[in-house]
Design a protein around this ligand. Structure first.
Ligand code: NDP
Ligand code: GDR
Length: 359
């Protein structure tokens, strides 16, 4: 039985990857952080991985958690020594680009040095593990070339992307210097109902469902013109596994090849629940109006603009198709629909589980 270790197992990708590897018969281990908020595994994302853990336990599938933190090299070394995995997926990160402007030191500690700590632990322990690094389309920044592929120049535009650029290069350095099977998956944005609520897609799908249910009045957004290449996360974790199970270590772009604006995402999300949004005004004055009621449902606000932003991402994943046979399957419209429907269903659960008011 092959063993895998996942950092960031409580996150969107970590949870899908854990499910995929369990299905493939792996012995799956995850590094999780202690936090006092829930006194249990993980933080905001704990619920999805706890459900997967409960199911794995019922079905007798091996899924084990280990306390650790990417800022703590000793914990990383200890877990790698104990588990001796065949594959390590480094998905743990401070993953929110906007937060990286508020917490630049911490973002670098986790995203840049955290990656170095995992690679050093592999080297020091001598464990024969393949290594996957969660690299990102954010490295391209505002590259003039579109679509972006493996040969496009990197031009990081945020503390997040700058830290991830270090991680990308150190992964290559360890591959070259120590002959470690280490790969970067340069993944473009990928979303799902498990996406953090702060990502623009999930914020939109969740707020649209809440507006429809009469729980909120308006969706507040920042840069509506930003264009992203959005794919469906479960398909992207398949690519991670395919990259590590290829005969040679490669750094590959994973993307759909399509790009859409934040405005388009919001328009389709509202349309999924029967709203026809018309856009009026420009810049921070822009509003999304419900054509039938005349009500303003989307408002642009300064608060959600970033000091610098990436304007246009569109990936060319033809090398991944050639080398590992990976291709996206879910369409953009399909993705938006999956997310809005899931958030609508989740509202029923949320309502039924609302805790009684403490007196
Ligand atoms: P999430 O934000 O959903 O998950 C991040 C994970 O990292 C969580 O499990 C979190 O744990 C963990 N983590 C955060 N800080 C630390 C730390 N100090 N030590 C150990 N673990 C930590 O991200 P996604 O699943 O969306 O993304 C996975 C990876 O892929 C990230 O590295 C991200 O930067 C990268 N990426 C994501 C893309 C996307 O579109 N989703 C595209 C390209 C790259 P906790 O639950 O305790 O907070
Ligand atoms: P991104 O994702 O920065 O691409 O990073 P995010 O969904 O946060 O932003 C996408 C674009 O939407 C614009 N935007 C808003 N963003 C948020 N979060 N909230 C808003 O209200 C809003 N309004 C407009 C942003 O300015 C931006 O242009 C994600 C993360 O998952 C990274 O970890 C990953 O590396 C990259 O995707 C690929």
């Amino acid at each position: 039985m092959k063993g895998a270790l996942i950092t960031g197992i409580t996150g969107q990708d970590g949870s899908y990857l854990a499910e995929l590897l369990l299905e493939k018969g792996y012995d799956v281990h995850g590094i999780v952080r202690w936090n006092t908020t829930n006194g249990s595994w993980g933080a905001h994302t704990s619920r999805r991985i706890e459900e997967i853990k409960a199911r794995a336990d019922r079905q007798g599938q091996p899924l084990e958690f280990h306390y650790g933190d990417l800022t703590d090299g000793s914990s990383i070394r200890r877990v790698i020594r104990e588990v001796e995995p065949d594959e390590i997926y480094n998905l743990g990160a401070q993953s929110h680009v906007a937060v990286s402007y508020d917490q630049p030191d911490y973002t670098a500690e986790v995203n840049a040095l955290g990656t170095l700590r995992v690679l050093e632990a592999i080297r020091e322990t001598g464990v024969d593990a393949r290594f996957y690094q969660a690299s990102t389309s954010e490295l391209f920044g505002n590259a003039t070339e579109t679509p972006q592929d493996e040969s496009t120049r990197f031009d990081p535009e945020s503390p997040y992307a700058s830290a991830k650029l270090y991680a990308h290069h150190i992964t290559k350095n360890y591959r070259d210097a120590y002959d470690i099977f280490a790969c970067n998956g340069i993944l473009f944005n990928h979303e799902s109902p498990r996406r953090v609520k702060a990502a623009v897609t999930r914020k939109i799908s969740r707020t649209v469902a809440r507006i429809d249910a009469g729980m909120e009045d308006r969706l507040y957004l920042g840069n509506l013109d930003a264009q992203r290449d959005w794919g469906y996360a479960p398909e992207y974790v398949e690519a991670m596994w395919m990259i590590l199970n290829h005969e040679t270590p490669e750094d590959l772009v994973i993307a759909t090849g399509e790009t859409h604006t934040v405005r388009e995402f919001a328009t389709i999300a509202f349309a999924t629940l029967g709203y026809d949004i018309e856009w009026e005004g420009k810049g921070v004055k822009e509003r999304g109006i419900d054509a039938s009621s005349g009500e303003t449902l989307v408002e642009v606000t300064e608060e959600f603009f970033r000091p610098t932003d990436v304007h246009l991402l569109k990936g060319d994943a033809s090398r991944a198709k050639r080398e590992i046979g990976w291709e996206p399957r879910t369409t953009f419209e399909g993705l938006v629909e999956i997310m809005v429907e899931a958030d609508r269903e989740a509202l029923d659960v949320e309502r039924s589980e609302r805790p009684p008011i403490e007196r």
